[in-house]
Write a protein that binds this ligand. Structure first.
Ligand SMILES: Cc1ncc(COP(=O)(O)O)c(C=O)c1O
Length: 428
């Protein structure tokens, strides 16, 4: 029955979107799956957007949507925020790509170090993936070891996806994978590897792995193990840095040795940064021995730098981030109440939320193993039918331009989407 409903939803999706179908057919001739991001590879074909403004999107077939995905958390300021547009326009006037440094880089670095207590110095990259690659590589150089301790369900970018059984195109670091929120599994790994670990790479909340928050005791326990064994602790805050003005680590009162950020900080332009303890970051300093070169043509690209300066300096005020966090907590509570009537639930932290097609408690990726993902796919299609766009995996993010009215519209659409099928049908 669920298969029938899903097939019907796919047919309805295709029927409403002839232009998107044509676009996909031509893209698929030259792009594997017709996309450049696996996450956008939707059945029957990807969702194709022509334009966006605020928290609205228009697809290439002319339909309008409320956007509750925000490009997988990049769109914290909404689409086309004035401050970022002005920053980009200023670069259009002065020029870009000079093979030289610019004052704006020092400004962005200062703004990051002032914001995140554990950052003494920073290095920019073009993406969150690269920031994590730099962080892990620095930890390997600092320790002389190459084994990375990661967590089942951890996602740190296109080359660093740690979900057990994942078929990602990972870089060949030696990996040992532990269970999230299970300090015993980390203690055992430390026992087995002794001093042979390069680093622990950890999200304070499993992000793509299902918005599963880390327990404060678990995260503190990992911090203590790293301190006791002299292992570099990397907090990947590419998603969680939005939870408070100082990131998740400020809310938790736990400092990482290295921290990576990206996504929304670049205001929608490619951005990544790794920052942290002076004695590790100095490995990138040519006046220090030993030091290591790390270049990247676009590490300091002027568009991203100008946009990040605008985001950090003008958009991401403490007051706005706190409001956003509270709004997210409220929305998740209301969504969860609705979802539980049909055997779903919402997990998350602040303005980041995941919808899961199960009512069992979720503390690690293992708790999501084997659940029937077809139900969340159907819910995705039912929401899209009601002109609300979320991630196909059930990912929902809030932005600064959502308000009570849009949240109400989201919850109404969610209630209707859940009512589109009775309990028996959802569970079949
Ligand atoms: C926690 C986390 N780390 C790293 C990344 C990779 O960032 P990017 O896509 O900019 O390479 C992501 C992207 O989703 C992420 O969620």
């Amino acid at each position: 029955m669920l298969d029938d409903a899903l097939q019907h939803a796919h047919a309805r999706y295709a029927q409403r979107r002839p232009m998107s179908a044509r676009l996909h057919a031509s893209a698929a001739r030259f792009l594997p799956s017709g996309t450049t991001r696996s996450v956008l590879d939707l059945t029957p074909f990807p969702f194709a957007v022509e334009s966006g403004w605020g928290c609205r999107l228009r697809d290439v077939d002319g339909h309008e949507y409320l956007d509750y995905l925000g490009d997988y958390s990049v769109g914290l300021a909404g689409h086309n925020p004035r401050e970022v547009r002005e920053a980009v326009e200023s670069v259009l006037v002065s020029g870009w790509s000079f093979g030289a440094v610019a004052p704006v880089e020092a400004e962005v670095a200062r703004l990051l170090c002032e914001r995140y207590a554990s950052m003494d110095r920073v290095r920019f990259t073009s993406s969150g993936t690269e920031a994590n690659l730099v962080a892990v590589s620095l930890a390997a150089k600092a320790s002389g070891h190459t084994t990375v301790l990661g967590f089942d369900g951890g996602y740190h970018g296109g080359f660093l996806s740690f979900a057990r059984g994942s078929d990602s195109l990972n870089v060949p670091f030696e990996l040992t994978i532990c269970d999230y929120n299970d300090l015993d599994s980390v203690t055992s790994a430390f026992r087995a590897y002794g001093g042979r670990l390069a680093c622990v790479l950890l999200e304070p909340m499993l992000g793509s792995g299902g918005r599963i928050p880390g327990d404060a005791t678990f995260l503190q326990g990992v911090r203590d193990l790293c301190t006791d064994h002299g292992v570099v602790l990397i907090f990947d805050e590419v998603q969680t840095s939005r939870t408070t003005p100082g990131g998740a680590q400020s809310a938790l009162g736990i400092n990482a040795d290295l921290t990576t950020v990206g996504k929304y900080i670049g205001g929608g332009l490619g951005f990544g940064a790794v920052g942290g303890r002076e004695d590790v970051m100095c490995l990138l300093d040519r006046s220090h021995e030993p030091h290591f070169d790390h270049s990247g043509t676009f590490n300091n690209n002027r568009f991203s730098m100008a946009a990040a300066a605008a985001m950090l300096g003008r958009v991401l005020t403490a007051e706005r981030l706190d409001d956003l966090h509270q709004r997210g907590e409220r929305l998740r509570k209301h969504a969860d109440e609705l979802l539980r009537t049909r055997g779903f639930q919402a997990t998350g932290w602040g303005s980041l939320m995941s919808i899961h097609p199960t009512d069992r408690p979720i503390r690690s990726a293992a708790d999501l193993a084997g659940i029937d993902r077809r139900r969340v796919q159907l819910l995705f299609h039912e929401l899209l039918e009601r002109n609300v766009y979320i991630g196909r995996s059930g990912f929902v993010t809030l932005s600064l331009v959502h308000d009570d009215e849009t949240d109400h519209a989201f919850l109404t659409a969610l209630g209707e989407a859940l009512d589109a099928h009775d309990h028996h049908e959802w569970m079949s």
